[in-house]
Design a protein around this ligand. Structure first.
Ligand SMILES: *[C@@H]1O[C@H](CO)[C@@H](O)[C@H](O)[C@H]1NC(C)=O
Ligand SMILES: *[C@@H]1O[C@H](CO)[C@@H](O)[C@H](O)[C@H]1NC(C)=O
Ligand SMILES: *[C@@H]1O[C@H](CO)[C@@H](O)[C@H](O)[C@H]1NC(C)=O
Ligand SMILES: *[C@@H]1O[C@H](CO)[C@@H](O)[C@H](O)[C@H]1NC(C)=O
Ligand SMILES: *[C@@H]1O[C@H](CO)[C@@H](O)[C@H](O)[C@H]1NC(C)=O
Length: 350
């Protein structure tokens, strides 16, 4: 496995002098909406197994400079009143109670007072905004939560302003936002549009508005470039998407640069977010530094050779990716799919 450790850490966390915001002084005066940030796809799906989307755990991602985290909120199958971070179904992958994940992030924020972080929730189960609020209320993250001025939606504070106010966690949810009741949990697709996310071939990365569906003109919104590849296994009517670690080095190198440059031409400005799998492989960090106009300092000790994934760091279970866009599955289908996935996982594991 190709592992480039601590690239961003070296570049940003140790800015040589003075005050740094998200690792670099030049970011302090820039509005939140004027920086290209790295987002990890399924940030919690960590491991060496076939189904994981990331090699390194969430906190390591933050240490390495990832500033956007994508989490999936799912009611726990044992106690549905408990929100867990799971992929599609907690029976298949359960990364634990959402409160614990938020607490981990809160601990990191406490240790890193000059960092602004974004959490993007995938809300496959139509959980309501107050269910998110309840979980946040029970975690230690609440004091850090940023509330946007929704009367002035396209105007974002600078990182310095956010850091000074202490409100430096920006939250989006992809459905069921209710900003009248819970103003800080913003509707993702009101503020951010995304390029297609179900790409299976490196030649097919496109720069069109995929979500929100039907949006013709993204002027005034931020945007996110999805740049990761899936392999697809079709089982009857089900499509099972398998992340492509073996080619992640290529996916996250020239392919990422070419795709993003195309989007910059299409949309007339750099993306606000670039979302990848296996962020530690390839040139994502180096390219983001360039896009943000800050120097990239290659870490002193980068091994270009295949090295072991740092298994001792891996706190999160692995999982199978199931097509997110599938309609809610019926119980028999769910049972079948669980059986299938568990069987496949056992085959993969042993
Ligand atoms: C930020 O603003 C500068 C100056 O207007 C511009 O060149 C750059 O492309 C912007 N970056 C993003 C991500 O909006
Ligand atoms: C969360 O806490 C705030 C402040 O104490 C309170 O107003 C709100 O009702 C709580 N929300 C939920 C869903 O418990
Ligand atoms: C929010 O934005 C509106 C419109 O620009 C402005 O009138 C209002 O003062 C702002 N509210 C806060 C709390 O800054
Ligand atoms: C999008 O809308 C903006 C103003 O709202 C306009 O200037 C621009 O030309 C539009 N772009 C396209 C492609 O229609
Ligand atoms: C790079 O780091 C590894 C592990 O920390 C170490 O074993 C190796 O000697 C280092 N290589 C160089 C060239 O510094």
């Amino acid at each position: 496995m190709w592992v480039f450790l601590a690239i961003w850490f070296t570049v940003f966390a140790f800015a040589p002098s003075g005050y740094a915001c998200n690792g670099h002084q030049s970011f302090c005066a820039r509005p939140y909406s004027n920086i290209t940030q790295l987002v990890t796809h399924d940030s919690y799906a960590v491991g060496q197994k076939v189904a994981a989307t990331q090699n390194l755990p969430l906190i390591q991602q933050l240490n390495d400079g990832v500033r956007g985290i994508k989490l999936s909120a799912v009611p726990n199958h044992i106690d549905p009143s408990q929100m867990h971070v799971c992929h599609s179904m907690c029976m298949v992958l359960d990364a634990g109670p959402a409160v614990s994940v938020l607490d981990e992030i809160a601990d990191w924020l406490k240790d890193n007072p000059n960092e602004v972080v974004t959490i993007m929730w995938n809300n496959l189960y139509d959980l309501h905004a107050d269910q998110f609020e309840k979980v946040y209320n029970h975690s230690n993250i609440m004091p850090y939560i940023y509330t946007h001025n929704l009367s002035n939606p396209t105007s974002w504070p600078t990182l310095q302003e956010m850091i000074d106010s202490g409100k430096r966690v920006v939250n989006f949810v992809d459905s069921w936002a209710d900003t009248k009741a819970v103003p800080w949990l913003m509707e993702h697709f009101l503020h951010i549009f995304e390029t297609p996310y179900q790409t299976t071939n490196a030649n097919d990365f496109r720069c069109v508005i995929d979500r929100p569906v039907g949006l013709q003109n993204g002027t005034g919104m931020m945007y996110l470039v999805n740049h990761f590849l899936y392999g697809v296994i079709n089982i009857g009517e089900y499509r099972i998407d398998i992340p492509q670690r073996d080619i992640a080095l290529q996916t996250n190198s020239q392919s990422l640069i070419d795709h993003t440059e195309q989007c910059i031409r299409t949309f007339g400005r750099p993306p606000n977010f670039i979302e990848v799998d296996f962020y530690d492989m390839g040139k994502a960090m180096e390219y983001l530094a360039r896009l943000n106009g800050i120097p990239y300092i290659a870490p002193a000790n980068v091994s270009a050779e295949a090295g072991p994934v740092h298994a001792q760091n891996l706190k999160w279970p692995t999982h199978m990716i199931i097509d997110n866009s599938s309609p809610t599955l019926s119980i028999p289908h769910t049972l079948f799919l669980s059986w299938f996935l568990l069987t496949s996982m056992l085959l993969v594991l042993f």
